[in-house]
Design a protein around this ligand. Structure first.
Ligand code: RET
Length: 276
């Protein structure tokens, strides 16, 4: 796997190595920048956003070592077949030409990294545990059904049915990001930073289902290397850029994030223990 997918395909290889370097840099930058924070709420936001890069460096190491990618025999007529032949030129002794390289480790590790993004944004917005929990569980459901879409080989329609399910769960996450959390952030006084994080997240995250559909696992308009670079590019925006912007804010204005006595509540007058 490692031999033909990475050694023979520089585009694919660099899409992974670039992220290992950036994730490492982001972890160190966060540790350095946030070293003087003392408030527990700012610290949990910091650890949460640092975990995104911790998962990411492990995830990309898994892909780069060949551990979490496989060649799957797609259902009859999958359009990526040609691309695969092109990708394994010179080393096709390793592979059946109808197989498609599937980086299933990505979908698996998104289930572990994206919840931390939502936890950090939800806490910045001063939202309550109900909404944060809802966003996170539907996000995990989205990633796991995305994994199922990528790994299903029994029929094309089955792959796309998983894809649709995943999109349905994604809509719940988008609803919370677009409708619920802005109200909470306004009440908490963090609307300015929330708007920036919301824009990066909503626009960035919408790119993933588009790349899946156009990529080597969907209609195969893009080959494996192009698909992987697009995911890696989106990861750079939605993880590292977002983390650095968020930490910069938390370090500059820890008192806004602390949100006073209403800690975690989203409605005026509701006590934190009285979560609806
Ligand atoms: C899939 C395919 C099925 C339909 C949908 C998807 C959405 C994926 C998203 C991923 C976000 C990943 C991030 C990773 C950073 O670590 C699984 C591609 C809706 C939104 C932000």
């Amino acid at each position: 796997m490692y031999n033909y997918a990475l050694r023979e395909n520089a585009v694919l290889g660099t899409s992974l190595y670039a992220n290992i370097v950036l994730a490492g840099f982001t972890i160190l930058a966060i540790a350095f920048w946030a070293r003087n924070l003392s408030d527990p709420r700012t610290k949990i936001i910091t650890v949460s956003i640092m975990m995104v890069s911790v998962v990411s460096i492990s995830s990309y190491t898994g892909l780069a070592s060949g551990l979490t990618m496989s060649v799957l025999e797609m259902p009859e007529g999958h359009l990526a077949d040609e691309n695969v032949v092109e990708n394994v030129a010179g080393s096709n002794q390793y592979i059946d030409a109808t197989g498609v390289v599937t980086m299933w480790g990505r979908y698996l590790t998104w289930a572990l990294s994206t919840p931390f993004i939502l936890l950090a944004i939800g806490l910045i917005a001063g939202s309550n545990i109900t909404k944060i929990f809802t966003a996170i569980v539907f996000d995990i459901a989205m990633c796991v059904t995305g994994l199922a879409a990528a790994l299903t080989v029994s029929a094309h329609w089955m792959r796309w049915w998983w894809y649709l399910l995943s999109c349905a769960f994604f809509i719940v996450v988008l609803y919370i990001l677009l409708v619920e959390w802005p109200r909470d952030a306004e009440a908490a006084g963090t609307l300015d930073i929330f708007r920036t994080l919301q824009l990066l997240t909503v626009v960035g995250w919408l790119g993933y289902p588009v790349v899946w559909a156009l990529g080597s696992e969907g209609v195969a308009f893009l080959n494996v290397g192009q698909t992987s670079w697009l995911y890696s590019g989106l990861d750079i925006i939605t993880k590292y850029a977002l983390a650095l912007i968020l930490i910069n804010y938390v370090v500059d204005e820890p008192e806004t994030v602390t949100a006073g006595g209403d800690y975690g509540a989203s409605l005026p007058g509701v006590s934190p223990g009285d979560d609806d």
